[in-house]
Design a protein around this ligand. Structure first.
Ligand code: AMP
Length: 305
């Protein structure tokens, strides 16, 4: 089953302790689509400006990402500039230039309106709501956001998250959204806002998933070399939703497997700048890392336990 993704396609300028890149391919929808494309077909709705290099559109098309919903309009592409210190878990936003996003109104092509799997990647929550209103009867909707929108449009965001099946945010965002510093309390408070399932990404510490009656904790894949965490969250969400759309298995077991596939994809993405590692990645490498993940987290019970 294909996935519909609406989010940002960007040119990013990123600085980490290991190097610096100017105006490289980025954006929430870009990372999401590329990651999900390893599992299923992806339909992308976003906007870019006239400055968006042709090589990037060619790359996305080469991944079987349908670009009929990608509009190119006069103006400059969304540009994000960020920096990471040695604590690679937290990005510091230096500049956000919405550019063509300022006037963007997502129009879902008629052929996508029946989408069963929908991801509202990180964009203005008012636009996320417009998308929700255009998709007829989605089976699974996931949503991401960031501190920028939690502080600038909290009410619009709360309206959106009540309507989705999975809210996928990082731990800083969970604390900011709930006003609680303890993560378990933060999760309880977000579930009380009407969120069905909450997935909290904790960078190198892994992922916690809450749904009001159970908790699933997965570590991150231990890596010796992390170059650029940009897009890790979106790459996680792409693997997670891609696997769900591929299998259609929405049982607790299926959703837990999807969390691990998401974690595997994110672990590859941070190994190089921009989408460089996803570009060279192969499906057998994904499966091999999934198997290692399973061995790494398995332990036997003791007596009756
Ligand atoms: P992540 O590291 O997964 O949280 O996502 C990083 C991506 O989010 C970058 O490639 C940015 O282009 C994109 N991004 C940053 N700020 C925003 C924003 N305010 N709205 C939409 N996308 C953004």
């Amino acid at each position: 089953m294909s996935i519909l993704v609406v989010g940002s396609v960007a040119l990013d300028s990123v600085e980490t302790p290991f190097g610096k890149r100017e105006r490289v391919l980025g954006g929430s929808a870009t990372y999401f689509s590329t990651s999900a494309s390893f599992f299923t077909d992806v339909n992308l709705v976003a906007v870019v400006g006239e400055d968006f290099p042709e090589e990037h559109t060619k790359f996305l098309s080469s991944r079987n990402i349908d670009l009929n919903g990608l509009s190119r309009v006069p103006g400059e592409t969304f540009h994000w500039k960020g920096r990471y210190g040695y604590d690679l878990n937290e990005a510091q936003t230096l500049e956000t230039h919405l550019n063509v996003f300022e006037t963007f109104r997502p129009v879902i092509p008629a052929a996508y309106a029946d989408a069963e799997y929908l991801i509202l990647a990180n964009i203005d929550p008012e636009l996320q709501m417009e998308v929700l209103n255009q998709v007829k009867n989605p089976k699974v909707v996931a949503c991401d956001t960031m501190n920028f929108w939690i502080s600038s449009k909290p009410e619009a965001l709360k309206e959106v998250i009540r309507k989705v099946d999975f809210l996928i945010i990082n731990e800083g965002e969970a604390r900011q959204l709930s006003g609680e510093s303890n993560l378990i309390r933060a999760a309880r408070s977000i579930i009380a806002m009407g969120v069905k399932n909450l997935i909290v990404k904790r960078g190198e510490y892994g992922v916690l998933m809450f749904n009001g009656h159970s908790l699933f904790a997965a570590p991150a894949y231990p890596l010796e070399e992390v170059f650029d965490p940009t897009g890790a969250g979106d790459t996680f969400a792409g693997g997670f939703m891609g696997y769900l759309a591929n299998t259609g298995n929405l049982t607790d077991e299926g959703v837990r497997q999807a969390v691990i596939f998401g974690s595997v994809m994110a672990s590859f993405n941070v190994e190089a700048f921009s989408l460089d590692r996803l570009k060279s990645l192969t499906y057998p490498e994904i499966e091999a890392r999934y198997r290692t993940f399973k061995q790494m987290t398995h332990f036997e019970g003791v007596n009756e336990l």
